[in-house]
Design a binder for this molecule. Structure first.
Ligand code: FES
Length: 158
């Protein structure tokens, strides 16, 4: 009978005899690791940031206007191109969307998960949005739609 460090007698573990890790402990670690991976896969967002660019086209003369007539298609293409060049795919995705009901503020860009609404976005603003908002998590305040319906936190922005 082997002696433990506490001085109480007990049978030695096989691992203590052979110097290997006990099989049960290895299986336990594997199962915990597997549960952790499954948990992370099921609880991590598909994208870290998801950018929606409205490309809706309303009939000519619509009183609220529409984003596509203000250049939103080019803006979406620029987002895609720059995200790819910066290697931000696939964690950040830019998609076209239908009307986001902010037509008079368009071109409209909506970014999740923060639910930040940018309006009057121009092609030359795309790089700034990517650098500030997407990469550095800082709002581009000058482009925020200044209407309480589109300001998160009840209109209080950081
Ligand atoms: S047309 Fe773009 S928000 Fe309505």
């Amino acid at each position: 009978m082997a002696r433990s460090s506490s001085g109480l007698g007990r049978r030695p573990l096989k691992a203590e005899i052979t110097g290997s890790t006990p099989v049960r402990a290895t299986k336990g670690k594997f199962i915990i690791s597997l549960f952790c991976k499954i948990f992370l896969i099921n609880h991590m967002p598909r994208f870290e940031k998801h950018i929606f660019i409205c490309e809706n086209k309303s009939e000519a003369g619509h009183p609220r206007g529409c984003c596509s007539e203000k250049g939103s298609v080019e803006i979406r293409e620029l987002f895609k191109k720059q995200l790819k060049e910066l290697g931000l795919n696939p964690k950040v995705r830019a998609n076209n969307s239908g009307c986001l009901d902010a037509c008079e503020f368009g071109p409209t860009v909506l970014i999740y998960p923060e639910q930040i609404w940018y309006g009057g976005v121009k092609s030359e603003d795309v790089e700034e949005i990517i650098q500030n908002h997407i990469i550095n998590n800082e709002l581009v305040k000058r482009l925020l739609i200044q209407d309480k319906r589109f300001l998160s936190n009840g209109g209080q922005q950081k």
